[in-house]
Design a protein. Structure first.
Length: 229
């Protein structure tokens, strides 16, 4: 299951762009806690601590306990805004949840079984249509990742959500279609080989047709000569 994280925070008395810029200069990141029909709470967190959590790669699908003066609020990160030039976090939205809330999260996919995939061993290429799955589950049971086995796939095969075994209590958030997760496609080299083979086959067929036509003409000429004699 995904790790539960704890992040210390302080409340913000002032909002607005000027106050937010001042906080960022001090190494703080403005944030807000909202949801569950309660008033939003404006907070700010330490940028270094936030950056460390972001670097784990599973921040967005982890429960984050926001500790404000010893009072902890259970949340799920909903949005992180980054500076367009520096790529530093500039604002975070946290959504309040209860311990066993049903939540929708984007969980990373880990592909396994590549070494046993006939298609990949023959030179095919994995085309990952999705790198995450949008799932619905208990907040206390968020998967860290979803393993998807490629061992039975050949070139031209597609893998759909219906073929994936999800953990108990976890469901796909998308239920109206059997969407594609990955396919095994021919490599560009294999495509070029196929084109060359097709061209060679066409040339052979053309040559054979020309020879057949020449033979027919020769036979017709011989027939005319026999009639004339």
């Amino acid at each position: 299951m995904s790790e539960q994280l704890t992040l210390s925070a302080e409340t913000r008395e002032r909002a607005g762009k000027g106050a937010s810029r001042a906080m960022r200069r001090e190494g703080r990141v403005p944030a807000v806690i909202y949801g569950q029909k309660q008033d939003p709470v404006q907070i700010h967190v330490e940028e270094k601590a936030l950056a460390k959590m972001l670097s784990t790669g599973h921040f967005m699908n982890s429960v984050v306990m926001i500790d404000v003066g010893g009072n902890a609020t259970r949340t799920l990160p909903k949005d992180v805004q980054f500076h367009p030039v520096t790529d530093r976090p500039v604002h975070v939205d946290f959504f309040r949840i209860s311990e066993h809330s049903k939540v929708t999260v984007a969980v990373p996919i880990v592909f396994t079984g590549e070494e046993s995939s006939r298609g990949l061993k023959r030179g095919g290429v994995l085309n990952a249509v999705r790198h995450e799955l949008e799932l619905v589950c208990d907040a206390a049971e968020i998967p860290d990742h979803i393993d998807i086995d490629l061992s039975g796939m050949n070139i031209g095969d597609s893998l759909h959500i219906s073929a994936v075994t999800l953990p108990k209590g976890v469901e796909s958030a998308i239920t109206d279609r059997d969407f594609t997760i990955a396919t095994i496609v021919p490599s560009s080299g294999m495509t070029a080989e196929g084109a060359e083979d097709a061209a060679a086959d066409a040339a052979i067929a053309t040559e054979a047709a020309s020879e057949a036509a020449a033979e027919s003409e020769a036979e017709a000429a011989e027939g005319e000569a026999d009639q004339a004699s």
